[in-house]
Design a protein around this ligand. Sequence first.
Ligand SMILES: [Zn+2]
Length: 187
Amino acid sequence: MSTRPLDGRHRTVVRLGNPVLRERAQEVPRERFGTRFLTDLGRDLLRTMFEDNGVGLAAPQVGAGVRVLAYYVPGERDRHEVAPQVLVNPVLTLLGEPTELGWEGCLSLPGLRGMVPRHPAVKVSAFDTDGNPLTFEAEGFHGRVIQHEYDHLDGIVFVDRMRDMSSLMFEEEWEQYAKEKDLPVEV
Ligand SMILES: [Zn+2]
């Protein structure tokens, strides 16, 4: 288990219906790299995500319309842990076809689960909050979390990506009835 960041403050996560979730978030201008604004936002996203038991959170979900997202992939079963990470102005290259189905949830759609098709892997180029460039490839669950969070920066939520709405269900019913429960994403 990674050490969870204790700094930053908890922010309220907005829910579907708040217009900020449907707007395209703005690029962070270069002059804001390394500023208190951006480092605080990154820390607050991570803290809020951990306290609300999510594995990812995008800035629009705390009412900030900028292209910043945070995530943490806990190592469980056959899944490798990915350390807490904040990405600023991420650009994704989607690899393969969006044919991998997996359960997702979202802190902005509390209590709901649905099967969402995603690309099997993504190439990511982004910056950290100090403006250092980051490039890497993410696959499987890690890639899924990044695709989900990136969508928030374009005003897209997971239900928009669902092909079969019959898999949309509440968490309790999901526990009771859903088949092939791999690890859910609460992001
Ligand atoms: Zn989400």
